[in-house]
Design a protein around this ligand. Structure first.
Ligand code: GDP
Ligand code: MG
Length: 729
């Protein structure tokens, strides 16, 4: 049996398309890709009656049909090229006004739609009632309330959709008014398009004119190529000229853009319909009303940002104060473990592998688990309570200035914007951004945030060199990461990613009191991600690094020289303590020679002539190269470099003590290193993600080179300034 017709499911992201799709098609699904893009294409079969099947297509979620994002282009192209006989537009009944914005655009294109008022259960809970019959009359399309989750109303919906599909209606575009200026221009442009039968096989003429006015890049570039091919260059030029005129005119008279004007009128159309007794709502005192009241304070223009700063600062104090004790315990535990192994095993490569490779590496990373747990617990409170969405809302005004979008905030926060996070999910979170350029600018700058992996490295350096006000210092670094990310984003948006901004559409969920269970689960999930990474990637990397720091080792001749020195000391007339001290010096010198001679040492010292400009010696270089594998490795590598090449290899001193006591380290050098670590190349997992999300390896390479160069310049400036002021050697 071959399917008789296709029914497409379309709607805003999270409207419930997939839930409905699964309900309709069950296991009869097929997942593929749309040609040339990474957008998923899901198809499945729906049994209409005994003899009829329909092909159901789950279109990507979109907010509009203007080419702001890949999803929007894909969904639109599908509709235009395949012309499905029926499209089910799934809307969220609890947020109808916003969701009908897309419906109005389907209707402008003439797509035969059936509107599903999904999540009717949620709407009911919130005291919202919708007169579906009245809405259907006013919109002149079928409207069916459903709950995709429970299945309520779904049979009725499918009956209506099948009916529309069987009717094989001719597409009948809805004509809206967008105000005098635009209407007039549309009429003229439509006449021109009709006269030249320009792209007439694909688009309704008025719709095409509208897309020119909305400055839809995909359509305009298609117009350009078609014009070149069909000799309609003059027509295309006339359309652009008219568009420019309307644009200038609107700017001069109303200080607005045509696309904003068009959007306003679409909303106006929807509002006017909904006002006619379609929606009535009873306020649920406890939920919505309370939320509104809380928002009056928390998102207040003046109080809001102040409270936000206090909340974020509070998060730091909470994290750093309460995690101090468990961090110390864990540190002691690993020191003890390392000491025990030291006594149990004979000297040699195996002992070196276990203490310097495994225990130092993984221990260094796990030692910071408490910090990360407290941090995630704090973030989970903000997220679960609904406050985090308010942060995005308040940030939109600022982000706009830098060519980004309020939703960019989420990507930044997930990447570690409040400290502790990961750029990998952060880069993936940019999928919610509509404009490709805002999205690229966000995903390229998100790795500047202080992710959970950089955090322990920063904490170590701060804890060693800037002991006076650690929380305050960390807070300043976080502010700095935002400033740098925003400034770089602005730079990108003015250069390689030039283009206009898109409007803010994001829902503010009602405030909820977080449950302890929810908080515990969220905290554990994120902490576990971190531990798992420590157990696999970091363990592997730290063993590889250990090997590259141990082999090939010193040539026999050199070892003989050190051995001879030892013999001289042993045969001399020294008291035991002095003898031991001098032997230790020789041991240290030998270990350092061996490390310098190792693979990693050669690379590190090879880079030293350049890195000296920023105050980095070869040990730091080795650690930074290792940091590309995963930022946590910076600590473990420094640990390994220092415990292997230390004056006293058997000392129980922690890395912090070793660095603090070393004459080669001071505050200026530490600060230069902190800045470099914050901003240099993302780790390789993030780079791989950037490549996948951006759809080109060029952006991955770009982020590695650009970020590293930028970070190096910054570190060099700080170090050289410190040197000029005589603050460092
Ligand atoms: P899509 O992005 O449009 O594919 O949306 P999904 O199908 O993934 O649904 C988004 C979320 O809404 C999921 O958590 C669903 O479980 C939930 N959801 C979908 N339909 C309903 C519904 O009718 N009632 C309720 N309460 N939740 C729903
Ligand atoms: Mg989905």
């Amino acid at each position: 049996m071959t399917p008789q017709y296709t029914i497409a499911l379309a709607g805003n992201p999270n409207a419930g398309k997939t839930t409905l799709f699964n309900r309709l098609t069950g296991a009869r699904q097929h997942v593929g890709n749309y040609p040339g893009v990474t957008v998923e294409k899901k198809e499945g079969l729906y049994q209409v009656d005994e003899t009829t099947q329909a092909n159901i297509v789950d279109l990507p979620g979109t907010y509009s049909l203007t080419a702001y994002s890949v999803e929007e282009v894909v969904a639109r192209d599908y509709l235009i090229h395949e012309m499905p006989p029926a499209v089910i537009n799934i809307t969220d009944a609890a947020n109808l006004e916003r969701h009908l914005y897309l419906a109005s655009q389907f209707m402008e294109l003439g797509v035969p739609i059936v509107i599903a008022l999904n999540m009717i259960d949620v709407a009911r809970d919130r005291g919202i009632t919708i007169d579906a019959k009245k809405l259907a009359e006013l919109l002149t399309v079928p409207v069916i309330p459903i709950s995709a989750r429970s299945g309520e109303g779904v049979p009725e919906l499918m009956l209506a959709a099948v009916k529309v599909a069987r009717e094989q209606k001719v597409w009948q575009p809805l004509v809206l008014s967008y105000g005098d200026d635009i209407d007039e221009a549309l009429l003229e442009m439509e006449a021109l398009i009709r006269a030249g039968s320009f792209l007439a096989d694909l688009y309704p003429p008025r719709w095409l004119a509208l897309k020119y006015l909305e400055k839809d890049e995909q359509i305009i570039s298609k117009g350009e190529t078609t014009a070149a091919k069909t000799g309609a260059v003059e027509l295309h030029q006339q359309l652009l000229t008219r568009t420019q005129w309307v644009s200038d005119h609107l700017m001069a008279t109303m200080e607005t853009y045509p696309e904003a004007m068009v959007a306003d009128h679409r909303y106006g159309y929807i509002k006017s319909i909904l006002r006619q007794g379609v929606i009535s709502r009873v306020y649920d005192e406890n939920r919505i009303y309370t939320s509104d009241r809380i928002d009056r304070v928390l998102t207040n223009r003046i109080l809001g940002p102040l409270i936000m700063l206090l909340v974020l600062l509070g998060l730091y104090h909470f994290t750093f104060t309460y995690s101090e004790l468990p961090v110390t315990w864990l540190g002691n535990f690993f020191d003890w473990l390392s000491g025990t192994v030291n006594h149990l095993f004979p000297d040699g490569p195996l002992k070196s592998l276990i203490t310097s490779g495994i225990i130092a590496g993984v221990g260094g990373v796990l030692g910071f688990v408490p910090i990360i747990m407290f941090m995630f617990f704090g973030i989970a409170i903000l997220e679960d309570s609904g406050y985090l969405a308010r942060v995005a809302f308040m940030m939109d005004r600022i982000f706009r200035i830098f060519g980004l979008h309020g939703s960019s905030v989420m990507a930044y926060i997930i990447s570690g914007g409040i400290a502790g996070g990961c750029a990998v999910p952060g880069v993936m979170a940019t999928r919610t951004l509509r404009s490709p350029r805002e999205r690229m600018a966000t995903l390229l700058t998100a790795p500047f945030m202080n992710c959970g992996a950089k955090l322990p490295v920063l904490a170590l350096l701060i804890g060693t060199f800037f002991t006076r006000n650690q929380a305050g210092f960390m807070f300043m670094l976080t502010l700095l990461s935002w400033i740098v990310a925003l400034v770089v984003a602005k730079f990108l948006r003015l250069t390689v990613l030039k283009g206009e901004a898109t409007p803010f559409v994001m829902e503010l969920p009602p405030y909820r009191l977080p449950t302890f269970r929810g908080l515990a689960i969220h905290t554990w999930e994120k902490t576990w991600q971190y531990i798992r990474k420590a157990g696999t990637v970091i363990l592997g990397a730290s063993i590889l690094l250990w090997a590259s720091m141990t082999f090939p080792g010193l040539p026999q001749a050199d070892r003989d020289v050190f051995e001879a020195q030892r013999q001289v000391i042993k045969s001399g007339q020294l008291i035991a303590i002095d003898q031991q001290k001098r032997l230790a010096v020789v041991d240290g010198a030998e270990a350092e020679q061996a490390l310098l001679n190792s693979l990693a040492g050669r690379l590190g010292s090879g880079l030293e002539s350049v890195s000296r400009l920023a105050g980095f010696d070869w040990r730091t270089n080795i650690a930074l190269v290792g940091g590309f594998a995963a930022k946590e490795i910076i600590i473990s590598t420094l640990g390994t470099a220092y415990s292997l090449g230390d004056v006293d290899p058997n000392s129980d001193d922690s890395l912090a003590q070793t660095l603090g006591a070393s004459p080669n380290w001071d505050q200026v050098k530490a600060l230069a290193l902190i800045l470099f670590i914050m901003f240099y190349s993302p780790c390789f997992v993030t780079v791989a993600c950037i490549i996948r999300e951006a759809g080109s390896w060029r952006w991955g390479v770009f982020s590695m080179i650009f970020n590293t160069t930028f970070a190096f310049l910054l570190a060099t400036i700080v170090y050289q300034a410190g040197k000029g002021l005589g603050l460092t050697g």
